[in-house]
Design a protein around this ligand. Sequence first.
Ligand code: ZN
Ligand code: ZN
Ligand code: ZN
Length: 237
Amino acid sequence: MKKAFLILLVLVMVLTAASTGMAGKKEEEYCKENGHTPVVDPAVDPTCTETGLTQGSHCSVCKAVLEKQEVLPALDHLFIAWYPNGRGTHLMICKRKCGYQDVQYCWMMPLPQADPEAAAVSFCPICGTCIGAENMTMVKGLKIVSGAPKGSLRVFSLQLAGAKYMTVAFEYSGKLVQPAGEVVFTLPDELKNASFVRVDGEGTELLLESAEEPGTLKLNFAPEGEGPLQVLVLKEI
Ligand SMILES: [Zn+2]
Ligand SMILES: [Zn+2]
Ligand SMILES: [Zn+2]
């Protein structure tokens, strides 16, 4: 019984294929004489996770593709806003409003301070979470002029024991990344006249090489692959 049904099914499929094939020929003849009847295949915008398509067209009679739709790659999530969660983790919300969220452990590291005897403070250079001090404040408005690595700039400020610190790091997909060599920034208006030294946590304060333009900051990161990932800690003077 089952076998008979299968044979019947195959027979129906073969007949259908044959009949559409024959119909296709007839329609192709029609289009040869009268021209195609174009129908637009609308473009599909890519999303964070799904590919998109460019606009194309096909013939509604013979189904021939007249203008092929090209596949547009998926955009990937845009991780720009990271929020401290208060439990040693930070929350990421995709900037493209796709609804995607991710929670990751903070990248805690010791904050090098001007006074090496000062009480230890550790911080996450991605979300600004601090242990041993209040969470840092995000500094907005720094723009990269040259030397930008892949990833986004994360800058925070922290007032601690009379000193004002600024941390500079780069983040890509929630992970710290290493910029290579020299990066030049323009400072936001409120910091246009500020001067900085680089703090290494051993009581040494390195005066920063001044950039050519006033209101800009030139930072030197170690070449890629050399030494640990760098997060620069600056102190305003
Ligand atoms: Zn056609
Ligand atoms: Zn997304
Ligand atoms: Zn964090």
